[in-house]
Design a protein around this ligand. Structure first.
Ligand SMILES: [Zn+2]
Length: 157
């Protein structure tokens, strides 16, 4: 296991659409384990493979001790609405309010390639939406209340 470098705002790889995982092999396990090390080393709640420069549909999350690995995740249902402050390891020195669904159901595969579905509210829903956005090249800044201010200061990248 090893820490990997987290890409920062402005790196064009953060804007790419990640490809589905097709091989559930040692390379995937290594990626997942490295992502876990990287997330904990940076005190993050979630991390997408895109953020470490691997353009594959892989997400991990830790919500108060519950750890999730989501491979090829898709939001298949969502309901309600919530507003809360978000931050991102790839967007240093900025946090802002983002509107998200209150509850989502995510369909994904585990590291061995088995399908599962999980439904969660509040932080789960927020974090899952944020991380799955990463896989589509979307950053929370794009959906935040003060995005224009941010773009003005750092550029729209
Ligand atoms: Zn993020």
């Amino acid at each position: 296991m090893a820490k990997r470098k987290v890409l920062k705002y402005g790196d064009e790889r953060l804007r790419k659409v990640a490809k589905p995982v097709t091989e559930f092999d040692d390379d995937l396990f290594e990626l997942l384990d490295d992502m876990k090390d990287t997330m904990y080393a940076n005190n993050g709640m979630g991390l997408a493979a895109t953020q470490v420069g691997v353009l594959r549909r892989v997400v991990i999350m830790d919500l108060g001790g519950s750890f999730f690995e989501l491979i090829n995740p898709e939001i298949v249902a969502s309901s309600g609405e919530q507003e809360d402050e978000e931050g991102c390891l790839s967007v240093p020195n900025f946090s802002d309010v983002v509107k998200r669904p209150y509850k989502v159901t995510v369909k994904a595969k585990d590291r061995y390639g088995y399908d599962f579905e999980i439904t969660g509210e509040k932080y789960f829903a927020r974090c899952a939406c944020h991380e799955i956005d990463h896989l589509n090249g979307i950053l929370f800044v794009d959906k935040s209340e003060n995005r224009e201010k941010y773009y003005k200061k750092y550029g729209k990248k």
